[in-house]
Design a protein. Structure first.
Ligand SMILES: Cc1cc2nc3c(=O)[nH]c(=O)nc-3n(C[C@H](O)[C@H](O)[C@H](O)COP(=O)(O)O)c2cc1C
Length: 202
């Protein structure tokens, strides 16, 4: 049984977010299992800034030559990478905003995807250095996209995870949440059932 789950949430609607509701359901189900510990990181509350040149540049400077500011900037990414390594299952609760992932979640990936640290370039292409993890995507969307080329989120997330070596990825979709009728209720019910099934197999 897996025992350490890192839950990343990124809804700007905070507690009213549907992806947060899915995350809460996932957490409640996993915490009912023996020996499971969940770390929750709210990437909206966290307010990671966009990745900029000073921070990117600080990664290139040898540790013993870094200024105080550079040490602080490197520490931000180092801490998130250490947290990633420290968990067995990475759960991404992902709202769809303007046909993409929330910029807050992208800011997290921009900190943990570090050449030479979580992946390295080889003559055969990038090689992931984060081993032994699996990931789960909990996707909340107003419309319906899963399985079509309009799903810009899942392929992007899988590529980023895969580049770091996380290739075992399950997805749960709650779609059509803003389409009226029974769409929302049915989609959320089916998503909760899918989560129950996943948690049993963790
Ligand atoms: C700023 C914003 C942009 C959105 N853009 C899209 C979109 O492009 N496609 C879509 O299907 N739903 C879109 N929606 C609807 C959200 O995907 C839906 O409300 C979902 O529940 C968001 O997840 P959350 O409730 O966890 O925040 C958008 C919502 C907001 C607030």
């Amino acid at each position: 049984m897996t025992n350490r789950v890192l839950m990343l949430t990124a809804s700007i609607l905070a507690e009213n977010g549907q992806s947060k509701a899915l995350a809460d359901h996932f957490i409640a189900r996993t915490e009912a299992c023996d020996g499971v510990e969940v770390t929750h990181r709210d990437l909206v509350a966290e307010e990671l800034p966009h990745l900029g040149l000073a921070e990117l540049g600080s990664w290139q400077v040898p540790a013993e030559e870094r200024s105080d500011e550079q040490r602080e900037l490197v520490a931000r990414s180092d801490a998130l990478i250490a947290e990633l390594h420290d968990h067995d299952v990475i759960v991404l609760a992902v709202p769809m905003y303007n046909l993409g992932i929330p910029s807050q979640l992208k800011a997290w990936f921009d900190r943990v995807m570090r050449a030479g640290v979580t992946f390295r370039y080889t003559e055969n292409g990038p090689q992931g250095l984060v081993e032994g993890k699996r990931a789960v995507i909990l996707a909340a969307r107003g419309g319906q996209y899963a399985g079509t080329e309009k799903d810009t989120q899942t392929p992007h997330l899988k590529l980023m995870l895969g580049m770091m070596g996380i290739t075992e990825v399950d997805s749960v979709f709650a779609e059509g949440l803003n389409m009226g009728g029974n769409h929302r209720e049915n989609a959320l019910k089916e998503a909760r059932q899918a989560i129950d099934g996943l948690v049993e197999r963790l």
